[in-house]
Design a binder for this molecule. Structure first.
Ligand SMILES: O=P(O)(O)O[C@@H]1C[C@H](O)[C@@H](CO)O1
Ligand SMILES: O=c1cc[nH]c(=O)[nH]1
Length: 331
């Protein structure tokens, strides 16, 4: 067995829940994804899932669902589009394309954490074997220009500590935020020479805020100088931090605790050593957001025994319902 997993899974690769109450309590409602162990046949619906891919926005993850559909040669019945399985939750989006499950996770550790509790339980109820979890995100690069990829080798908090802390029953609970090193290195090696992006392996700083938490000077509040900010960014850069985002710590800690292999692949949308404001045109940002998908699709294809090379799309992808030139009204 992969050294990263230790004995945190069952021999047959199914997910071991580290919660004795679930087996005893009867029906389990997965409230935020609109599913349940008695209202749905979770094993029938999801037991073939091998890859769980998540990222912040519903649009990005719906796009990914269509992209991976083409990449793995999955066909939809004619005249149909992909169903958002968790549409009744009005929280996260969720698409299934063969062995790939795609979710949006919203912003920040609380949002991704709640989703992970329910997705890990879903893997358990469905008896999925050896699922691999990916976060496909955006980030601020530290010394890396926009439009390049970072595969996280580990996640640290805003104090450079490699664990997730949260108060539980009035005490601080600590869980190590460990990502699978073998998976990270496999992903990095899937870059091809004709890709329009570089891939850097390094530490990711995960913060609780986009503005002051990431040392920006362009929030509604700021009590430090530009020089203070740059000194901090240089200090963390010297400690091998190459990017900043807001979910990796919770994502890594919960996946590791569940015995699930996991990786974080983010595209840089700004080089924080050069500024704070997000001034890149939307069209460019949309194209960049697809780069993590390209690398993860290559990994999935490789594991499925398909040729690994999946090129980036020429143009950023429009969803079936995004008819161009629609007139919108704002009062
Ligand atoms: O998943 P994404 O790439 O949206 O996550 C990053 C971190 C925050 O959630 C968000 C801030 O803009 O982007
Ligand atoms: O600077 C950035 C860009 C994207 N996401 C972040 O959390 N920070």
């Amino acid at each position: 067995m992969n050294a990263y997993l230790l004995d945190r899974r069952f021999e047959d690769g199914t997910v071991r829940l580290r919660n004795p109450h679930i087996a005893e309590m009867g029906p389990d409602i997965l409230y935020h994804i609109g599913l349940g162990s008695s209202s749905h046949d979770l094993q029938d619906m999801f037991s073939d899932v091998r890859f769980v891919c998540m990222g912040g926005t519903p649009r990005r993850m719906e796009q990914f669902a269509y992209y991976i559909k083409d990449e793995i040669g999955y066909k939809l019945p004619s005249g149909t589009t992909l169903l958002d399985i968790s549409y009744q939750s009005y929280r996260y989006c969720m698409y299934k394309v063969g062995p790939v499950l795609c979710f949006s996770h919203g912003m920040g550790i609380p949002s991704v954490g709640i989703l992970l509790h329910e997705v890990i339980k879903l893997m358990y109820h469905a008896k999925c074997r050896d699922p691999v979890f990916f976060r496909l995100g955006t980030c601020g690069g530290i010394g890396i220009d926009g439009g390049n990829l970072v595969v996280s080798e580990s996640a640290v908090d805003g104090l450079l500590r490699p664990y997730l802390e949260q108060p539980v029953l009035g005490e601080i609970q600590r869980r190590p935020a460990i990502l699978d090193p073998e998976l990270a290195s496999d992903l990095k090696n899937l870059r091809s020479d004709d890709d329009p992006f570089t891939v850097t392996l390094g530490k990711t700083m995960c913060t609780y805020d986009f503005y002051e938490g990431q040392g920006r000077v362009d929030g509604a509040f700021c009590e430090y100088t530009e020089a203070d900010k740059l000194a901090f960014l240089q200090k963390i850069h010297a400690a091998n931090v190459v990017n900043m985002e807001m979910e990796s710590l919770g994502f890594a800690a919960l996946c590791y605790h569940a015995g699930v292999r996991s990786a974080v692949v983010c595209v840089t949308v700004i080089n924080r050593l050069q500024g704070d404001q997000m001034s890149t045109p939307k069209e460019e940002l949309n194209k960049w957001q697809e780069y993590p998908q390209v690398l993860v699709a290559r990994y999935i294809r490789k594991v499925m025994g398909l040729p690994a090379h999946a090129p980036p799309r020429e143009h950023s992808f429009l969803l079936p319902n995004e008819v161009p030139d629609q007139k919108k009204f704002q009062s």
